[in-house]
Design a protein around this ligand. Structure first.
Ligand code: PZK
Length: 286
């Protein structure tokens, strides 16, 4: 970043800069993480794909809930956004039983206080989408909490407004993704409060880094599903015998190229925009 922006925070694969009192810049890097470790080898254009996808969803869901997007950088991997007072809770919406949701169900028959039918399998579609809030734990892993606790942390009215928006966003996104041959199994939203007091969608939205994208044509419940975007990387890492502790392995060129192609494919299927068109003129996704 340049032009007087000051760095405020780093995520695993993204950075935030402050432009002025009201405005931040989110920059998505080409770094990739797998098994919770950031790998030393970047995936070219991954940051542009994720930024373009978020911008696409922001442009199409304004009527559901306002969002923080102000504009896209000419580089396609930065966006300027309104500075919000972020809520202390992540809004995870699950349409399928995967990850910690599957583990909690298997161990207790519920997920974040939602009783679920008996007999569901790993990756089963849920009777209806559920909201399973989580708090951002100090280092690394998020902690699932019950909705009653999330409502205490956010305030009841704010929680129920953000929760309703999260369910509507997921309904919109999962239906669109289905039509593109992608199962949006679950996704995480973050909301904030604008200076006028309104609930606003922040962060990234319905990207492969904040969601599980599964190829619809390979969907078979009863086992973990392949990841639309990261499966080449995971499979290759498994074959190396890496112990999944940092530092991760350097990726060979064919794994980098195959993974880049999957990210670009997800972008093009979902947006209907050619990736090269996006690179030439990022605003085409809006
Ligand atoms: C904000 N994060 C998480 C994301 C990081 C950290 N619009 C906003 N206003 C105020 N704060 C945030 C946002 C947004 N989005 C988001 N932390 C602060 C985060 C990406 C990279 F280092």
């Amino acid at each position: 970043m340049s032009g007087g922006a000051t760095h405020v925070a780093s995520g695993k694969v993204r950075e935030i800069y402050s432009l002025d009192e009201q405005t931040l810049v989110l920059a998505a890097s080409d770094r990739i993480s797998t098994f919770d470790v950031v790998l030393p080898t970047p995936i070219p254009d991954k940051g542009r794909v994720l930024t373009g996808l978020s911008a696409f969803w922001f442009g199409r869901t304004r009527e559901i809930v306002p969002n923080h997007l102000l504009g896209l950088g000419a580089d396609g991997r930065t966006m300027s956004c309104r500075r919000l007072q972020m809520l202390p809770v992540e809004f995870v919406v699950r349409g399928y039983l995967a990850g910690s949701g599957w583990k909690d169900y298997r161990d207790s028959g519920e997920v974040c206080g939602h009783p679920l039918p008996v007999g569901l399998q790993e990756s089963s579609r849920l009777p209806e989408p559920i909201v399973t809030p989580a708090t951002k734990a100090a280092e690394g892993h998020d902690e699932n909490i019950e909705e009653a606790r999330a409502a205490e942390l956010c305030g009841e009215r704010t929680y129920s407004e953000a929760r309703a928006a999260a369910l509507e966003l997921y309904g919109f996104g999962s239906k669109h993704a289905d039509a593109c041959g992608i199962v949006l199994a679950d996704t995480k939203f973050e909301f904030g409060i604008a200076p006028d007091g309104g609930v606003v969608l922040g962060d990234e939205a319905m990207t492969p880094d904040s969601s599980r994208f599964w190829p619809a044509d390979a969907y078979v419940p009863g086992r973990p599903q392949p990841s639309f975007d990261k499966q080449f990387v995971r499979d290759w890492c498994e074959r190396t015998g890496w112990n999944k502790e940092a530092p991760g392995p350097e990726l060979p060129a064919e794994v980098v190229e195959g993974t880049r192609a999957r990210y670009v494919e997800a972008f093009e299927r979902l947006t209907g925009v050619g990736f090269e068109e996006y690179v030439a003129r990022p605003e085409v996704v809006l």
